[in-house]
Design a protein around this ligand. Sequence first.
Ligand code: SAH
Length: 248
Amino acid sequence: MDIPRIFTITESAHRIHNPITPEKLATLGAALRLDPGARVLDLGSGSGEMLCTWARDHGIVGTGVDLSPVFTEQAKRRAEELGVADRVRFIHGDAAGFVSDAKAKVAACVGATWIGGGVAGTIELLSRSLLPGGILLIGEPFWRQAPPTEDVAKGCLAHSIADFLLLPDLLASFGRLGCDVVEMVLADQDGWDRYEAAKWLTMRRWLQANPVDAFAKEVRAQLTSEPVRYATFTREYLGWGVFALMPR
Ligand code: SAH
């Protein structure tokens, strides 16, 4: 069980696999007013930065589930490094359908809502692990500005304009799904640069270390085209945020 190898290559040096920065992740943790001992579930936990830093800063206990063995290993190492290995647990596996036995105060899926088949399905899935009065966290892209054409949406690596909503429409959609939006922390273009531009140096170094790897051609092509594609499309058109929701 693994994710496509290209992600493991391009994001191998990332601690956060999303446009949110360490500072904004800390802002989010503080905004949620987490109590020590609060249980946090994270589906698609990546390299575990959210759970590990919140365990260190707020004393939460956490469980993360992720399909990537490489990222899950990184998460375990990060927990050791931050001295929170006794408080956070990282499980390698498919999070689709994952419901925790111990209900959580916070149930999150940050930048991986395909796990529940989209935002609506992910809210439904996370709700099954949530304590009454708990908070759902959804990390999701939205359009900063409406793409004028379908080609612009594709330039942002979306399938179509319909993949994402404008921010007010996304917030309204949470209401229609029966949730109050109780907090949000939005990424900005600098955060997008940290997520996207960090891949370029990783790719360049990987190519230097693996010149004859079967994947080298694909990585070479991405490194050549990505900076201009990103600056033309994603950086201008795509927003991203983490939304805190409470079922009504
Ligand atoms: N939430 C993390 C990671 C986001 S990237 C962060 O913000 O840093 C998306 C993550 O979802 C990747 O780590 C990928 O390995 C994981 N993933 C993809 N499909 C998954 C699935 N079906 N079950 C669990 N994790 C999955």
